[in-house]
Design a protein around this ligand. Sequence first.
Ligand code: GTP
Ligand code: MG
Length: 305
Amino acid sequence: MPANLPPDYYKKEKELQMEKDPMRKIEIINEMLAIMPKHKGTDKLQALLRAKIAKLKKELKRTKKIGTRRYEYAIPKEGAGQVVLVGSPNAGKSSILKALTNADPKIGSYPFTTVKPEIGMIEFEDVRIQLIDLPPVSEETPGWIFGIIRNADLIILVIDLSTEDPMESLQELLDLLDHRNLKPDGERPGLVIASKCDLVSEKLFEFSDLPVIRFPKGSEAFLKEKIFNLLGIIRVYTKKPRQKFTKSEPMIMKRGATVIDAAKHLKREFVQNLRYARIWRGVKKGRRVERTFPLEDKDIIELHF
Ligand SMILES: Nc1nc2c(ncn2[C@@H]2O[C@H](COP(=O)(O)OP(=O)(O)OP(=O)(O)O)[C@@H](O)[C@H]2O)c(=O)[nH]1
Ligand SMILES: [Mg+2]
């Protein structure tokens, strides 16, 4: 990190991390650019921030397009994945958003407390995952809410265990999604959270198709890890040949990605020149691998062109 950035810059950087509104994000990045001293040492950082602005603008445009064309609405994706909380009124969705993120949604003991999507960021180790809390869904739910579900990478179905027939509620929810071609599948996986398990003593209900977990107080870390795993992503770190590895932000890739995919991610124009990679996995010594070698979460790679 360059040492010559003024303290105000870091303040803005923090503000940016917490901000959810893409329009405001663009404003903050512009303010960061204005504060930053302009010289060779900050060239890279300036380019990075400009690229961030371009990406945010593109996403905003895409969101608007989807909104007008299909009467659907998407929330710009942020972080390593986008996860939505779907469930009946009063099921405990907003409580989950509050427990897992920095968001502070309204929680009420009456149904239909949430009237618009609320967004928070889950921090899991060194990745951030976007979590969206939705108003409750039913047959009357407007189409744009289903548009948000369609855009998500993982659907969490929240079922209140203290209700009379949680299995039936789950089936109703699945039917509702199925009618809109939104049933969780390999492309868009699903997880069932059985909420309010402190109110009932029975064992967890069985549901064979989807993973089901309870969410008692104190199990936030477990749930975060589960969400990360279900997103089907891996983190890959890079190091430069003959230099010591210093941990920086990981590349987020789909599970099953290979060395060549990582090279494409990093230096698309030089991919054809990639000869081989060296890889560090766990405590093992670095070893040479071919271009088609499949990567795993937390691999460190060194590309040789
Ligand atoms: N005992 C208990 N109560 C819970 C739990 N989770 C949520 N609640 C209560 O259930 C009620 C509804 O919680 P919310 O998180 O607002 O539920 P929601 O699904 O967001 O509700 P809507 O926005 O109306 O759809 C509140 O009174 C919460 O305090 C839990 O794990 N245990
Ligand atoms: Mg709510």
